[in-house]
Design a protein around this ligand. Structure first.
Ligand SMILES: Nc1nc2c(ncn2[C@@H]2O[C@H](COP(=O)(O)OP(=O)(O)OP(=O)(O)O)[C@@H](O)[C@H]2O)c(=O)[nH]1
Ligand SMILES: [Mg+2]
Length: 455
């Protein structure tokens, strides 16, 4: 058997499912698979890329492992470029583990993170940027991040290439000045070169801010339900989720800790948060809860301020509304309109320019209109995130920051041409990490360490 053992891993997520996919790749993948398959002739004669039914056996234990289907891919026409098999088995954790163990017992090895993609890279089936793009597509939890990964997958990295070429051009001009400088031309070239570098700095700054916004969306758009105690916040939380997640009680101060759930609203990933109602309290636990609420309000994308129609608006609540929602996206929700009409509370939201809604969660009154307003806000938040064009993933972002720092240093030293040229060279060298990483073991390890197992 070949020195390099075939690799095996589950490619579907861990946990129980109806079906699971196990992949095995390597020159001897077929030999290993044949050790655990009952229908050996069927597998040997199976045409590549066609699915067939097999019984898998642990011959040593004389035990049937599972009835599976499997697809055979013959080198080089596979994802990795090697002989490969995709086994679709039943999705029980024990079955998956036993099949993988049986393959390992017969000559395979457990694949490390990103091992399949790494082999595809080594075999020239894929380039590094595409490999990163695939990982990005798998990992993205929001639309802008997925679109960035898709753009990278499609090879649309012209904006980054243009930054790279421009830095080189300016640096070459500075080098020429150092060598053959003529006084008049020097100052012209130097000034236009500096303008170009300043433009790149400003583009990179903008891109870094855009990436921060995307990173801030990881885990979903954060919607926090807050307001005074006993207003119906937890009731609203449960209503939006569609099940009883948080405790609801007539006693004020019921919710203390932060309770959150992830959900999809119109295909947008949302993190919905319920927390302690805001009030003056002597109870230390409740006070801690209120501190947590305040910090969650600060990082939320959307605030749902819930207040009860039958409670008079206190000076305290007025101040809280002003302090917590000012400059943020928020909806004022006047609940319990089955008890009172809530008209007296409309003014404060109007004053602050906050969209408001009068509802009764108890009677289900106006809840649909509230949800429509919430969906509009979600659409706005999601669509207001501009797509980066240069820094398409986290790694590019990190390199973009390094490039920008060196360009800033070059700008500072612009009149000392040799030093400026040195920093431009340094800025340019960071592109080596992006485009010349194929043969750099250390960079490859760093990149693939972030991949999932089975990819
Ligand atoms: N009449 C009426 N009662 C409601 C309505 N919505 C909620 N309630 C009741 O109000 C009480 C408080 O509801 P919760 O959802 O626990 O309120 P909360 O804002 O989470 O309260 P804290 O966690 O204590 O801050 C419960 O008895 C609910 O049944 C409503 O629309 N009308
Ligand atoms: Mg509550």
């Amino acid at each position: 058997m070949n020195d390099r053992k075939p690799i095996v891993a589950q490619s579907t997520p861990k946990g129980t499912g109806a079906l699971a996919l196990i992949r095995i790749s390597g020159e001897d993948a077929f030999t290993v698979f044949l050790q655990i398959v009952m229908q050996t002739e069927r597998f040997k004669n199976a045409p590549p890329r066609k699915i067939s039914l097999y019984t898998l056996m642990d011959h040593e234990k004389k035990k049937v492992l599972d009835e599976v289907t499997a697809i055979k891919y013959t080198s080089p026409r596979s994802f990795t470029g090697e002989n490969m098999i995709e086994i679709i088995c039943h999705g029980g954790e024990v079955i998956i583990r036993e099949i993988i163990n049986a393959l390992i017992k017969n000559g395979a090895q457990q694949a490390s993170r990103g091992a399949f993609t790494r082999r595809a890279l080594e075999n020239g089936k894929i380039d590094l940027l595409k490999a990163e793009a695939i990982q990005g597509i798998i990992e993205s939890t929001n639309e802008p991040d997925r679109l960035c990964a898709q753009r990278m997958y499609d090879g649309k990295i012209n904006a980054l290439l243009s930054v790279k070429d421009t830095i080189l051009k300016v640096q070459t001009e500075l080098d020429a000045e150092i060598e053959f400088g003529e006084e008049e031309r020097i100052s012209d070239t130097r000034e236009s070169g500096r303008e170009t570098i300043l433009r790149i700095i400003s583009d990179l700054e903008k891109e870094i801010r855009l990436r921060e916004k995307i990173t801030n969306l990881i885990g979903g758009i954060r919607i926090i339900i807050t307001g005074p105690t006993n207003a119906g916040k937890s009731t609203l939380f449960n209503t939006i989720l569609g099940f009883q997640r948080a405790l609801v009680h007539h006693e004020p101060g019921t919710t203390r800790d932060m309770v959150s759930e992830r959900m999809l609203i119109d295909d947008h990933e949302i993190k919905l948060i319920d927390c302690a109602g805001i009030r003056e309290t002597s109870n230390d636990v409740e006070r801690q809860g209120i501190i947590i609420s305040r910090s969650a309000i600060n990082t939320a994308h959307l605030i749902l301020w819930v207040t009860a129609a039958n409670e008079t608006l206190s000076e305290n609540e007025k101040q809280e509304i002003k302090a917590n929602v000012f400059g943020k996206r928020a909806i004022g929700i006047i609940n319990k309109c089955d008890i009172e009409d809530g008209a007296s509370k409309v003014a404060i939201f109007k004053e602050e320019g906050i969209t408001h809604c009068l509802i009764s969660l108890k009677q289900g009154k106006n809840v649909d209109s509230l949800l429509t307003i919430v969906k509009k806000e979600i659409d706005f938040i999601s669509s207001s995130i501009e797509m980066p064009e240069i820094l398409l993933n986290k790694r590019f972002e990190e390199l973009g920051k390094k490039i920008m720092l060196d360009l800033l240093k070059a700008d500072k030293e612009w009149n000392r041409t040799e030093i400026a040229a040195h920093y431009l060279k340094k800025a340019y060298s960071h592109f080596e990490e992006i485009f010349g990483a194929n043969n750099n073991e250390e960079i490859l390890n760093r990149i693939f360490d972030n991949f999932c197992i089975g990819k």
